[in-house]
Design a protein around this ligand. Structure first.
Ligand code: AMP
Length: 283
């Protein structure tokens, strides 16, 4: 497994593979791996001849009051975990490599990126799409894998890749959860014992909404309320948003006729957690 912070080196390696007819699968990450990240790597490995993982804590997707300064970094351990998987190369660029001094371009996806996380984290998705466009330009992958935990990010990336004709197959990976249901996240390590205990109610609430749907309820307001009811007795949890949206457009839905995503952002103490569940009527 090659580990490099050199743009030239990773780009040459990928170009060589492509020349040899080998497909390249790409998994962009910010490191501090958990099983969710590793599942993305396995999905990439299952359908590409070579897998490249990037580890880059992208400063431009963090707001001024967010956790960039304390975001967990575990490069050595991350590489050790990747060694055990079918990974050919790890790209760990420095910030000034991704954003040289004269860097002047931004990639903005309107619409999809504006609600939900986009409205409470202004500039976040512009940072995500810009860094992904840069990384895609360096690696030129055939496919890239993104987790469904970040459902809005996935939709925004799909839109960018389609609009800019990037020719990359975007593959969605299911949410990997802790045994009690909490969606795995690098940020879970910020949680106090009490917060961690209560945080599992986020997935319990999503399941409660799904169960209500399975009893025949189609009114999204009642599903959102079922989620909120579950958080009632958890003093450490505060919902930031609870929305029912179309999974492709992220536009709000009130009556379920097609697949709907129940998407939530919840503060556990000061830590912001996101999660979602797909609600699919039978066709
Ligand atoms: P991050 O390092 O947080 O930027 O995440 C890198 C990728 O891992 C993104 O595509 C995330 O959606 C994905 N990811 C993060 N957590 C999970 C999870 N629990 N299950 C599946 N994918 C995840």
């Amino acid at each position: 497994m090659i580990v490099t912070d050199s743009e030239q080196r990773i780009s040459d390696i990928c170009a060589g593979w492509r020349k040899d007819g080998l497909t390249v699968g790409f998994v962009p990450t910010m490191g501090a791996f958990h099983k969710g990240h590793l599942s993305l790597v396995e999905i990439a490995a299952a359908s590409s001849a070579r897998v490249v993982v990037s580890i880059f804590v992208n400063p431009t997707q963090f707001g001024p009051d967010e956790d960039l300064d304390r975001y967990p970094v575990a490069l050595e351990e991350d590489c050790r975990l990747l060694e055990e998987l079918d990974v050919s190369a790890v790209f760990t660029p420095r910030v000034d490599v991704v954003y040289p001094e004269d860097f002047s371009t931004g990639v903005y996806v309107t619409g999809i990126s504006e609600g939900l996380c986009g409205s409470v984290r202004p500039g976040h998705f512009n940072g995500v799409t810009t860094v992904c466009a840069v990384l895609f330009g360096i690696i030129k992958p055939d496919l890239a894998v993104f987790g469904m935990k970040d459902a809005q990010q996935l939709a925004v990336i799909r839109q960018m890749v389609s609009d800019l004709r990037m020719g990359i197959d975007i593959v969605a990976a299911p949410i990997v959860r802790e045994p009690d249901g909490l969606a795995m996240s690098s940020r879970n390590q910020y949680l106090s014992a009490d917060e961690r205990k209560q945080a599992c109610l986020i997935s319990t609430g999503l399941e409660a909404a799904l169960s209500l749907f399975q009893t025949g309820e189609r009114n999204c307001e009642l599903l959102r309320n079922a989620f909120l009811d579950t958080l009632k007795d958890a003093p450490k949890l505060r919902a930031q948003y609870v929305e029912t949206v179309d999974p492709d457009t992220m536009l709000g839905v009130e009556i379920i006729e097609n697949p709907v995503l129940l998407v939530v952002a919840v503060f556990a103490g000061k830590t912001r957690l996101i999660d979602n569940i797909l609600i699919e009527p039978e066709v």
